[in-house]
Design a protein around this ligand. Structure first.
Ligand SMILES: Nc1ncnc2c1ncn2[C@@H]1O[C@H](COP(=O)(O)OP(=O)(O)O)[C@@H](O)[C@H]1O
Ligand SMILES: [Mg+2]
Length: 251
């Protein structure tokens, strides 16, 4: 039964450089003087720390963890948007779709134009998107607004459009970053039903969400991230329980 994994992370770390806390508090004149003396007042920050796991085709894996624990960075590494600072990542699939709210959208363009923009960011041709555009508009339930600039959309409308695009680009691996707990209840149910359909089709998904009940429903397996490292990787109900216990103790 054990298929070759389609995602393999081997000791993956990601380091960013962040502005020094000290420097930020100083006046800009001082900061500029400091910059003259020391051009790089930057501090290394490890956002993802020696992470190893593998995911098999058809698995749905949930990722939980506090804000800033490295969940989004991890998805961007898997999507190939970031390169790991150390370690290796193997993704054995042609098309990987990452959906996070607001990413890849341009407020000046209409909803329709944003569909094509997003499609091209996800590696789809204009013609491929043309075939899907009506299905996307219908799923998002925004036909009346589709030629209005996106900046006039409510956040709920943007969420619906983003989700509709993500599920229509036909990605073999879907990475969804905190897109499930938003939008109204009806739309959420529609999204969950669609994700369950993808599961039945054997697609691979990684869902980052704070909604642990939703993760327990959709994912047999979950990974808990804390300060960039994997704290637990196992049955979703157990990992979610350990996480909420940990968060309670923190305060
Ligand atoms: N491009 C970046 N440059 C510098 N620091 C970053 C960058 N992206 C994320 N970080 C930092 O890395 C940490 C992890 O961020 P992120 O992966 O977004 O966490 P999460 O999605 O779990 O909330 C945070 O402290 C964040 O500030
Ligand atoms: Mg995040």
């Amino acid at each position: 039964m054990s298929a070759e994994p389609c995602i393999i992370l081997n000791n993956v770390s990601k380091r960013f450089y962040i502005q020094r806390e000290q420097a930020r508090r100083l006046s800009t004149v001082m900061v500029n003087l400091l910059r003259l003396r020391r051009p790089r007042a930057r501090m290394p920050f490890i956002a993802v720390r020696e992470v190893s796991f593998s995911i098999s085709p058809g698995e749905t894996v949930g990722i939980i963890g506090a804000n800033g624990s490295g969940k989004s960075t991890l998805l961007k590494l898997i999507a190939g948007i970031y390169r790991p600072t150390a370690g290796s990542i193997t993704v054995n699939r042609r098309l990987v779709g990452l959906l996070e709210l607001g990413a890849g959208f341009n407020g000046e363009l209409s909803g329709r134009e944003n569909i094509f923009l997003n499609g091209s960011l996800l590696g789809r041709t204009r013609r491929q998107m043309q075939e899907q555009v009506d299905a996307i508009i219908d799923f998002a339930e925004i036909r009346d607004f589709i030629d209005t600039p996106l900046k006039h959309y409510s956040s709920g409308m943007k969420v619906r459009l983003g989700f509709a695009i993500a599920i229509h680009v036909d990605a073999e691996i879907m990475l969804l970053d905190e897109v499930l707990a938003v939008g109204d209840a009806n739309f959420q149910q529609k999204c969950i039903a669609r994700l369950e359909q993808f599961q039945a089709e054997g697609r691979t998904m990684i869902l980052v969400s704070h909604a642990t009940d939703l993760l327990i429903r959709l994912c047999r397996r979950a990974i808990w991230m804390q300060r960039g490292a994997v704290m637990a990787d196992g049955a979703t109900n157990e990992v979610a329980a350990a996480y909420s216990e940990f968060m309670k103790k923190l305060g």
